[in-house]
Structure formats: C-alpha cells, structure tokens
Design a protein around this ligand. Structure first.
Ligand SMILES: CC(C)(COP(=O)(O)OP(=O)(O)OC[C@H]1O[C@@H](n2cnc3c(N)ncnc32)[C@H](O)[C@@H]1OP(=O)(O)O)[C@@H](O)C(=O)NCCC(=O)NCCS
Length: 159
C-alpha cells in the first residue's frame, strides 16, 4: 500500500505510477539546483527514491502534478530530501508544509539517525519540521559537479 493523503482538491501520494516525469522535468530543468537536467535522469531519479507526489485534482477528475518532494533513503538510518517544489499557481496554500508533514509521518522514515537537505533560501520552511544548521559542519564533506548537466553542451561548442 502506498502512502496517501487528501486535502480539498489536492492529493499527496507515494504511488510511483502517478508520477508525471515530464511535468517534474519541466520544473526541475528550470530550477536553480538542477537546471538543464535531462528527462532520462529525472526518470531514473524518480524510480530509485521514495517520491512524494503532490497532485491537483480538478472537478472533472483530471489529475495534474503540482509539486514533489524526493526522499533518497535506505529507510533505516538516513534520508536525504531533495527536489522539493510546488508549482507557482499552487503556492502560498501551505502545500509544501503539508508535504513536509507527510514525509515526516511516513512509516518507512521513522527512527532515522540523520536527515539532510540543501537549500538556498527555504531554511525557515525546513526549520518548522525540525531541521537545523549542522552542529559540526567541519565533519561534512561532499563531491559536487555543479555544471554536470550543462558542460556537455558547452564543451561541444568549444571543441
Ligand atoms: C519553497 C516552496 C516549495 C514553498 O511552497 P508553498 O507551498 O508555497 O509553501 P507553503 O505555503 O507551504 O509555506 C511555506 C512556509 O515556509 C516559509 N518559507 C521559508 N522560506 C521560504 C521560501 N524560500 N519560499 C517559500 N516559503 C518559504 C513560508 O513563510 C511558509 O511558512 P509560514 O506559513 O509559517 O509563513 C515553493 O515556493 C517553491 O516551489 N519554490 C521554488 C523551488 C524551491 O525553492 N524549492 C525549495 C528548494 S530547497
């Protein structure tokens, strides 16, 4: 059974069959963190995570992807939260807070030793759900390739 919650005309579900990868790609490719991401990478990333889809359900019954939160996790010790968004026309209604509430409630995400995320400016959103600045940032290391989705095109033009 997939996790599912409803509120007015919105649905949050972890059912992978509901995800609209093309719609997710359309947002992510214009996001500040994944600009230029190819559709096939979005598809693969959705297949290999616990994705919380946010959907708008019209009175006609038509369902449309309105947002997302992706949890990358072993479902035992650790979870990384990424690709959180709500489409512009659905913002300001508490939907990202509802997404956060749902993923904090999910039975497979209980008792984890650590959650992590990166954000440019939404710290106050995540702070409301228990996230804090790392107590020991000197212990955190990373490998980052910020131009991974764009360097192929630029090297082709130069080479
Ligand atoms: C951030 C985002 C998901 C918020 O979605 P939303 O559904 O409009 O947000 P909500 O209505 O649930 O409210 C968000 C809460 O977080 C707060 N907040 C903190 N930083 C915020 C930010 N950068 N943008 C929006 N809200 C922010 C709001 O003030 C609000 O809290 P309040 O109700 O206590 O005042 C949405 O603006 C978005 O998709 N932005 C573009 C993508 C993005 O930046 N994602 C986060 C990447 S880490």
């Amino acid at each position: 059974m997939h996790f599912e919650r409803r509120r007015a005309e919105y649905l949050i579900s972890t059912d992978p069959a509901l995800l609209d990868a093309a719609a997710v790609h359309a947002f992510l490719t214009r996001s500040y963190w994944a600009a230029g991401i190819p559709l096939q990478i979005v598809r693969k990333s959705l297949e290999n995570c616990l994705a919380f889809g946010l959907y708008h359900e019209a009175a006609s019954g038509a369902r449309a992807q309105a947002g997302l939160a992706r949890v990358i996790t072993d479902r035992a010790t650790f979870a990384y939260l990424g690709d959180v968004y709500v489409l512009e026309e659905h913002r300001g209604k508490g939907l990202s807070k509802w997404l956060m509430q749902c993923l904090r409630e999910h039975p497979d995400l209980q008792g984890l030793r650590r959650w992590m995320l990166l954000t440019k400016d939404a710290h106050e959103l995540y702070r409301q759900f228990g996230f804090t600045h790392p107590a020991r940032p000197e212990r955190i290391m990373e490998i980052v390739v910020p131009d991974i989705y764009t360097r192929g095109t630029s090297s082709r033009t130069t080479g």
